[in-house]
Design a protein around this ligand. Structure first.
Ligand SMILES: NC(=O)c1ccc[n+]([C@@H]2O[C@H](COP(=O)([O-])OP(=O)(O)OC[C@H]3O[C@@H](n4cnc5c(N)ncnc54)[C@H](O)[C@@H]3O)[C@@H](O)[C@H]2O)c1
Length: 257
């Protein structure tokens, strides 16, 4: 039974939808966001507890976990959801690469450091990382995002393989496009235009998650086609890469006809 939940990046988008859904299903929710006002609004709406802070800062993550124990008596499910989309290629500035690494990867390391000792000493718990289909596949036009989401998935796999027999359930949520600020802010891009065609609403993703956390499948794939792409990537890597490059050539031709 999931009664005590923490969600990072829950002031908007997928995180807010998950917080609302878990609250509607009867859980008490700690609502974290970098945006203090956004966290307060969602927490007030669902009778949750707002804990503003940076998911990429270890002290803030510890505070979040401490609050769950102090206010809720523990944590059944921690959704490490906050993430940032950084565009660009190898030429993206080092600072952008470092920021993507900090928020998309180290935030998950900090969560594991803070939670695992508590969970391993008690009844265990459930850790959900919001990764992305970009962590299983790739996102053209966004090298730092693709690379750091692959790393986040790698860490989730490592945790699952290491702790599955000790009461820790790790799951990775890997959607394609979802209609949130991340999809719409920052203007049009070729990848966004493609993803928009099959984009889901955050509430649809939250409904898939609510069902998935009743089971223990590692991958949570709100877009079923991602499993097919992932299979082709593994079994016919050259064909998959050739297909992705064909999409990129289409983007290039649109820019320089
Ligand atoms: N929208 C998509 O198409 C999509 C697809 C796949 C995966 N994702 C992933 O889903 C997660 C949520 O994305 P979203 O689409 O809801 O984005 P969003 O930008 O709509 O919302 C993200 C929320 O996280 C908060 N946030 C950002 N940095 C933070 C930090 N360091 N600490 C705490 N909060 C922070 C923001 O203030 C915002 O409220 C991300 O990890 C993202 O990579 C999104």
């Amino acid at each position: 039974m999931i009664r005590r939940v923490v969600v990072t990046g829950a002031g908007g988008g997928i995180g807010a939808a998950m917080a609302r859904r878990f609250a509607a299903d009867g859980a008490r929710v700690v609502v974290n966001d970098l945006d203090e006002a956004a966290a307060a609004v969602v927490a007030a709406e669902i009778g949750g507890i707002a804990v503003p802070g940076d998911a990429g800062d270890e002290a803030d993550v510890r505070r979040l976990v401490d609050t769950a124990w102090e206010e809720l008596g523990g944590c059944d499910l921690f959704c490490a959801n906050a993430g940032i989309l950084t565009g660009g290629s190898a030429d993206a500035p080092d600072a952008e690469w470092a920021k993507a690494w900090q928020i998309n990867v180290m935030s998950h390391v900090y969560v594991a450091r803070a939670l695992l000792p508590r969970w391993l000493d008690s009844d265990g718990g459930r850790l959900l990382f919001t990764v992305s289909a970009a962590g299983l596949l790739t996102l053209l036009g966004s090298a730092p995002y693709s690379v750091t989401k692959h790393a986040a998935l790698g860490f989730a796999e490592w945790l699952r393989a290491t702790y599955a027999h000790r009461g820790i359930t790790v799951q990775a949520l890997c959607p394609q496009g979802v209609n949130t600020a991340m999809m719409t802010d920052g203007g049009e891009s070729a990848s966004r235009a493609i993803l928009a065609a099959s984009a889901l609403e955050p509430e649809q993703v939250a409904a898939v998650v609510a069902e998935a956390v009743r089971g223990d499948s590692f991958l949570i794939l709100p877009h079923a086609e991602v499993a097919d792409f992932y299979r082709v990537r593994a079994t016919d890597t050259d064909r998959w890469l050739g297909g992705m490059n064909k999409v990129q050539r289409g983007f290039d031709a649109a820019v320089h006809p």
